[in-house]
Design a protein around this ligand. Structure first.
Ligand code: SF4
Length: 393
């Protein structure tokens, strides 16, 4: 009998914060299923802080797996064969010994329905050859395992040893047949895991994956509060709504990979799409400067499928959004559709539905930042000042 996690009672579920009680929600890389929550790995920067479940250090189930899958495929945002799905990416690690059986039950249930959707699974824990065999037996869904690897050795920030992720990556890649493997190199933090040795290690590991994504830290208020309360070295002076990748760090990553690294991407969906040889499902191709590091074959594929939607096409799809039929389209350019009055989740529904970027008018994307925080990127004024200061006086 496989070992699974205990089911919470209705009273226990009622005591969870509202955000944690939501079992299906839309995140940028896909519609996310999270009916198992709780993790003992204790990474200080865990996104669990922002859902109010940091104290849940043991995984618990909010409902049985079959009910969770039913809710996922019945969700108004779910489109068969189309919507990218993520399993257990918010509040636990899917390959923890007790959680793993739930993961496979969900994957096999989706697969048995004949669905061909992308399914993304993010782990930093142990993956064995038997797990790979079971993944290879899935015949319909397009599975990508993203192995989080940081190389952080400060146990206060990341108690779990990065060597576990390294072994899992190599095992997964060596056995990959039906599924794909991504080196998820994150969170990159200046001064913590960005030495030349860290860079060289990532380059080496990139040869054990179908692609590599590098990204920074989500340094939100709740996470900063935790760092302060526990006297942890604060990585940045301020918090940010988006992930932080300072300009100099990005440049050094690109330089390191230019010298013999595997295919490198700034965006998760780009790496997943590349690995499965399909165009990027987030339509990042519109943001032309994002693609300057992409392999030529993939660039050609995304170019071929880049299709600016008409206002009518956006309105038609928006009619499927409960209560959001009156979406306000500010403008549609070759880069993105700018809309007003839509939160993140319905915007992602439109974005994935049309394979085109949808941006919120309130949060404009700045050139060169690739949708990330502006922390560590000089403003035009800073750049002008620096230029001036180099002038002889
Ligand atoms: S061409 Fe651009 S949008 Fe397409 S996968 Fe590459 S980086 Fe992403």
């Amino acid at each position: 009998m496989p070992v699974t996690v205990p089911l919470l009672t209705p009273d226990q579920i009622a005591q969870l914060p509202e955000a944690a009680r939501s079992v299906v929600d839309y995140r940028k890389s896909g519609l996310s299923l999270n009916h198992i929550q709780g993790c003992p790995l204790d990474c200080a920067y865990c996104i669990r802080h922002t859902y109010g479940v940091w104290e849940m250090t043991q995984p618990r189930a909010l409902m049985p797996d079959d009910e969770a899958v039913r809710q996922l495929v019945a969700h108004p945002y779910f489109q068969a064969h189309h919507t990218p799905v993520q399993v257990f990416n918010r509040a636990t690690d899917p390959f923890l010994p007790r959680v793993k059986e739930h993961l496979f039950t969900v994957l096999e249930d989706l697969d048995s329905r004949g669905l061909t959707n992308h399914v993304l699974v993010i782990t930093r824990y142990r993956v064995d050859p038997e797990d790979c065999d079971r993944l290879n037996r899935l015949t319909n869904i397009r599975v990508t395992i993203l192995v989080t690897y940081s190389g952080i050795s400060d146990k206060r920030i990341e108690p779990v040893n990065s060597e576990i992720a390294e072994r899992s990556l190599k095992t997964l890649y060596a056995h990959a047949d039906r599924y794909r493997v991504i080196l998820y190199w994150r969170p990159l933090v200046p001064g913590l895991n960005d030495t030349p040795e860290h860079m060289a290690k990532a380059v080496e590991l990139s040869h054990h994956a179908h692609g590599t994504v590098f990204t920074g830290l989500f340094y939100r208020d709740e996470i900063a509060d935790y760092y302060k309360a526990n006297n942890l070295p604060e990585p940045y002076e301020g918090t940010a709504r988006r992930k932080i990748v300072p300009e100099t760090l990005e440049r050094r990553v690109l330089e390191a990979f230019a010298d013999g690294g595997g295919p490198l991407f700034r965006k998760t969906s780009c790496s997943v799409s590349f690995a499965h040889e399909v165009p990027d499902y987030n339509g990042h191709y519109g943001i032309r400067e994002l693609c300057d590091i992409c392999p030529a074959k993939q660039l050609a594929l995304c170019a071929k499928h880049h299709d600016k939607p008409t206002h009518d096409a956006v309105r038609d799809l928006a009619r499927r959004l409960p209560g959001r039929e009156d979406v306000e389209i500010v403008e549609i350019t070759e880069r993105a559709a700018i809309v007003a009055g839509l939160d993140e989740q319905p915007r992602y529904f439109l974005q994935h539905g049309l394979g085109f970027q949808f941006h919120d008018q309130r949060h404009p994307h700045k050139p060169r930042l690739h949708g990330r925080a502006d922390t560590g990127w000089p403003t035009d004024q800073d750049a002008a000042d620096q230029t001036t200061s180099k002038e002889p006086v």
